[in-house]
Design a protein around this ligand. Structure first.
Ligand code: ZN
Ligand code: ZN
Length: 342
């Protein structure tokens, strides 16, 4: 076995070679593999990586640090995020091949229309913000996410109350019955997502991302044609704890909804969560940024369902202008009034 093979194909944790069994096993998800299986999986991964590297190119923006790739046919001379000039380079290496992608459903024209409609609601935005030249810079970009599937073993028990009230004449009777409950079983929690890039405005992306219900297609570089893709900058290992917590919260909520009692007190509250699969996925987003007085403002539109969110640059010089116009108007009115008084 080559020294590069150390990751579990299911969950990505480190593998251990057990010489006595001639097997490789994962301490985390307890999967077992033969050496041959691991070798052939590794071979396939390498092929996928080579193909990906030869069909894509990308840039590293010197100004904002964005790491972006696209297919070799697509190019633009500027960084999608900060609009600095960039030069594409052919060398992209590393473990960056996505597993799945949610393709774009919203076209560039539809995205532009949505932005124009949105921006019309606001006054005091800088003139350049809604100009056709600026609008042309709207970029379709895939945002990277780590997605996990998990299995949870649940074993909980405790007590809870059922409280009923009834009125009789002018009296009100409350009855509290206490019940014992026990729930146990296994459940699969799939598609828990966490953003894999710190080079994008996370709060903004999260607000648009949460509603993506789109069908995941196996990745092909064909999906990149005309679009860009942000490379992950946060490693899978660094989101493991986050995804485990998200899964746990979800299970917690599910269990509570299963127990239809009030004043729940757990005596045993055991939830064993195992991540069984990791995928590196791309979600589609139309992004338009605007650099105003040293700050980058972002407008984002979910490329699948059209939900949008934006930060608004406010041009206070236009606000002052409005006030001045108003003031002059008032002054003139007063003077005219004054004339009549005289
Ligand atoms: Zn594993
Ligand atoms: Zn940049």
């Amino acid at each position: 076995m080559s020294s590069a093979i150390h990751k579990c194909p299911s969950c990505g944790a480190n593998l251990t070679f057990d010489a006595s069994l001639d097997k490789v096993s994962c301490d985390y998800c307890r999967s077992e593999f033969s050496v041959a299986e691991i070798e052939s999986l590794h071979e396939k991964e390498m092929q996928k990586e080579e193909q990906y590297d030869s069909q894509t190119h990308g840039y590293h923006c010197q100004n904002c640090g964005a790491e972006v790739v696209t297919d070799t046919e697509t190019s633009s001379g500027f960084c999608y995020y900060c609009h600095s000039p960039v030069v594409f380079s052919d060398k992209i290496t590393g473990d960056y091949v996505p597993d799945y992608v949610v393709p774009f459903k919203i076209s560039k024209d539809q995205a532009k229309q949505a932005f124009t409609k949105w921006v019309k609601k606001f006054k005091l935005v800088p003139k350049g913000f809604a100009s056709p030249e600026h609008l042309e810079k709207i970029t379709g970009i895939y945002i990277p996410y780590w997605m996990s599937d998990a299995h949870a073993n649940i074993d909980v028990s405790g007590v809870g109350d059922v409280i009923t009230t009834r009125n009789s004449g002018d009296k009100r009777y409350t009855t509290t019955k206490r019940y014992r409950f026990q729930r146990s079983g296994g459940i699969s929690i799939e598609h828990v997502k966490t953003i894999a890039s710190d080079k994008v405005n996370q709060a903004l992306i999260n607000s648009v991302e949460s509603n993506t219900k789109g069908k995941l297609e196996p990745f092909s570089t064909a999906y990149l044609s005309g679009f860009f893709s942000q490379r992950y900058t946060i490693k899978r290992e660094d989101v493991r704890a986050i995804n485990e917590q998200k899964t746990k919260d979800y299970v917690e909520d599910l269990v509570r909804r299963q127990i239809d009692f009030q004043n729940i007190q757990f005596e045993r509250n055991h939830k064993d969560i195992n991540i069984t699969k990791w995928s590196y996925i791309l979600l589609p987003m139309w992004i338009l940024t605007y650099n105003f007085k040293g700050k980058v403002y972002v407008y984002a539109l979910n490329g699948e369902n059209g939900e949008s969110f934006g930060e608004l640059p406010i041009d206070y010089s236009r606000l002052i202008l409005h006030d001045v116009v108003g003031f002059i108007g008032l002054l003139t009115a007063a003077l005219i009034g004054g004339k009549f008084l005289w």
